[in-house]
Structure formats: structure tokens, C-alpha cells
Design a protein around this ligand. Structure first.
Ligand code: GAR
Length: 256
């Protein structure tokens, strides 16, 4: 699968997409800012780089390349509807959307006194951080957090989540024989969190969902995971009941 990445700045998510490419290849990086540090990073990794300030110019480059997927990675412009309709476009955002879209998302969560924030990978439409959610990772906000410390912890998860979401899309595309897959709304939602309470409440929100243990965190997904142990969560279960089942995932035998 051929991917084009759009950036505006440092490009750490772009770098993670390049370094963790598996089932896809980043063929080009386009920045709307000619002085973006990420351009030098991409160049150093041997990926074709371009600086193009205008959205019309970016459209022309994409039309010349026809990538299977466009990934916005800290790209601070809104793409027009004709582009998000012509191409499959993903974005990453440092909050648990739909909460705190737009600029200064980390500060918004802190100022709001939220207990958690995190990051979201979603399909992009022409709104501000809107579109179907693909994957989220929740991060607990600690009392002593500043926007810098919280942003840094969220960024660590961004770097894991985005390549995972792109690999997921590549697998779906391959399964459809290269045709853009039909996206079934909440079916593709996946949430990663270190906290069993949060995993349980997401599972209940998502209806029939599966929870899998992965190292220190739990992954909640609507699709049955290929790797056990997981607990199937039946739609309609209360959070308390689901929480019991999620907690049992941490038990030595690991499954229910
Ligand atoms: C990332 O935190 C990304 O989530 C955010 O900009 C940062 C870019 O960092 N994107 C948005 O806020 C989009 N609304 P990076 O250039 O190091 O990847």
C-alpha cells in the first residue's frame, strides 16, 4: 500500500510511520511549511520530500502520485472536501476525540480538569478533527502534569497508534484485493488503555466488543482479535460486570 504523509512541523509521527512501515510504504512526504524540521528527517530516511505551501499544489502532487492513503501527521491545515472525498485520508490528534478538537488540545484537557486524555487516529473529512474514529489510546492525567509532560506521554502513544492504524488499513485494503474497503462506522473502533475501568466502560459503550491484554494495556475492539486471551463482552452488560471480566484478563491463566 502506497502512503503519502502530510506534515507542517517536527514530523515525529511521520518518522514513526516510516520506521514502523509494515504492509505499507511511505512514498512521499509533503510539507506546507518549507522550513519544517520533518522534511530533513524524511530526507535522511531516504523518502522523497516536497515543500508545497498551497492546497492546490498539494492536490496536484497527490493527483500525480495517486496514493492509496494520505496520512496527516501534524499537518495544520484543513483539507478541502474534494480531497478528502477523492483520497482516503487519516489524521492523528492529541485528544480522545470527539473531546478537545482543534488547536491546543492538550491544554484544553488540562484546563478542563479531565482525568484522562489521549490520542485518536481517525479518517479525516473536511471538518476540524472530525471523521470516523479508528483507534484511540487513553492516557491518565496526573496532578503534576504540565502541558509539556502530558503532551510528551500522549506523543509516545501516538507513535505506536498511528503505524498500527495504517497497518490495519493496509490489511483491509489487501483483503479487498486493492479496492478501498467499505468502512463500517463503529465496527472499526479500537481503544487502547492501561486502565481496566476505562477498558470496561469503552467496551460497554461499544456494545459487543472484545478486550485483549497487551503488555501493560488493554485493547478494546469490535472485531474479534486473532491473539488470545480476550474476553468477549456481550452488549448490554453493565460496567461492573464487564470490569470483573476485564480484571480476570490480568490473572495468571489470562483468559475467561
Ligand atoms: C501531534 O501531537 C499531533 O497529534 C498533532 O500535532 C502534533 C504533531 O507532532 N496534531 C494535531 O493537533 C492535529 N489537529 P509531530 O509533527 O511530531 O508528529
Amino acid at each position: 500500500m502506497r502512503v503519502c504523509v502530510l506534515i507542517s512541523g517536527r514530523g515525529s509521527n511521520m518518522e514513526s510511520l516510516i520506521r514502523n512501515a509494515d504492509g505499507y510504504a511511505v512514498e512521499a512526504v509533503i510539507s506546507n511549511k518549507p522550513d519544517a524540521a520533518g522534511l530533513r528527517v524524511a530526507d535522511g530516511l531516504g523518502v522523497q520530500c516536497m515543500a508545497e505551501p498551497s492546497l492546490d499544489g498539494i492536490r496536484d502532487i497527490l493527483d500525480g502520485m495517486r496514493p492509496d492513503l494520505v496520512c496527516m501527521a501534524g499537518f495544520m491545515r484543513i483539507l478541502p472536501a474534494d480531497l478528502t472525498e477523492r483520497y482516503c485520508v487519516m489524521n492523528i490528534h492529541p485528544s480522545l476525540l470527539p473531546r478537545y478538537p482543534g488547536l491546543r488540545a492538550v491544554e484544553q484537557a488540562l484546563n478542563d480538569g479531565a482525568a484522562h486524555s489521549g490520542c485518536t487516529v481517525h479518517f479525516a473529512d473536511s471538518g476540524v478533527d472530525t471523521g470516523k474514529i479508528i483507534a484511540q489510546a487513553a492516557v491518565r492525567i496526573e496532578p503534576r502534569d504540565t502541558s509539556d509532560t502530558l503532551a510528551a506521554r500522549i506523543l509516545e502513544w501516538e507513535h505506536r497508534l498511528y503505524p498500527g492504524a495504517v497497518r490495519w488499513y493496509a490489511a483491509r485494503l489487501a483483503a479487498e484485493g486493492g479496492e478501498a474497503p467499505t468502512i463500517r462506522g463503529r465496527d472499526l473502533q479500537m481503544v487502547r488503555t492501561a486502565e481496566p475501568e476505562r477498558a470496561a466502560s469503552h467496551a460497554v459503550e461499544m456494545g459487543a466488543a472484545y478486550v485483549r491484554r497487551d503488555g501493560d494495556s488493554y485493547i478494546v475492539s469490535a472485531e474479534k482479535p486473532t491473539t488470545p486471551p480476550y474476553v468477549a463482552v456481550v452488549s448490554g452488560d453493565g460496567v461492573g460486570l464487564v470490569l470483573e471480566r476485564v480484571r480476570r484478563l490480568a490473572a495468571p491463566d489470562g483468559s475467561t
